[in-house]
Design a protein around this ligand. Structure first.
Ligand code: PEP
Length: 248
């Protein structure tokens, strides 16, 4: 039985005072939910502050990491540093990294590998652009994104990883995939992994992300292959994030 996971991706938002207030409310209520794993992913600069605020029952994650381990890589943050600050998770291949910063499948796969080298659980984001959905190539795109990681790391790596299906057209747009649309891609992802190892595929948590809100979370999370969510905007409001965690 897969335990649901709800991870909040704060993106480039937050301040010391905002983080303090948000975490106070989140810890007070989410810390008591045994049936769901909860993680928060603040910007790098606030990881240490938030590590001191999470308390038991809430995991810390980062939004990105370097594919390199150390040395002359100005501006980069290594997996070892994230581990040192108490991170358990790291988001890899978010569509904003792929589309705004030109990070391709091979680079994303190297980041996935770097996360694993340092004992971090990667949350691998996959998903198609609107144009790709309209051209009916969603499965081909998601397969290509998964295969880049499978080729580099093998199926065994997914024993300690999470996949997040995030249709790019649904991220931050208020436009959500219908539960059926999301379930279809989640089943495809699980099936693709099952071609390599059925047991690993059955155990991997596959999150949905893309305009998940308090009022649509339950319907999405009720789908057979949706094991929780990666939540952007709604993770910045304690009441919304709590409602989404409860829906999982
Ligand atoms: C995200 O950034 O991963 C995301 C899903 O954002 P939003 O929930 O705001 O669409």
């Amino acid at each position: 039985m897969r335990r649901p996971l709800v991870a909040g991706n704060w993106k480039m938002n937050g301040s010391r005072s905002m983080n303090q207030a948000l975490m106070q409310d989140v810890v007070a209520q989410v810390g008591h939910l045994d049936s769901v794993e909860v993680a928060v992913c603040p910007p790098f600069v606030y990881l240490e502050q938030v590590a001191g605020l999470v308390g038991p029952g809430i995991a810390l994650g980062a939004q990105d990491l370097s594919d390199q381990d150390e040395g002359a890589h100005t501006g980069e943050v290594s997996g070892a540093m994230l581990k040192d600050l108490g991170c358990q998770y790291v988001i890899v291949g978010h569509s904003e990294r792929r589309t705004l910063y030109g990070e391709d499948d091979a680079f994303t796969a190297r980041k996935f590998a770097a996360a694993r080298r340092h004992g971090l659980k990667p949350i691998l984001c996959v998903g198609e652009l609107l144009d790709e959905r309209e051209r009916d190539v969603t499965e081909a795109v998601v397969a290509r994104q998964l295969d880049a990681v499978l080729e580099l790391e093998g199926i065994g790596a997914f024993r300690d990883a999470v996949v997040a299906y995030e249709p790019v057209w649904a991220i931050g747009t208020g436009r959500t995939a219908t539960p059926d649309q999301a379930q279809a891609v989640h089943a495809f992802v699980r099936g693709r992994l099952a071609e390599h190892d059925a047991a690993v595929a059955a155990g991997v948590q596959i999150l949905y992300g893309g305009s998940v809100k308090a009022d649509n979370a339950a319907e999405l999370f009720n789908q057979a292959d949706i094991d929780g969510g990666l939540i952007g905007g709604a993770s910045l409001k304690a009441a919304d994030f709590l409602a989404i965690c409860k829906a999982a």
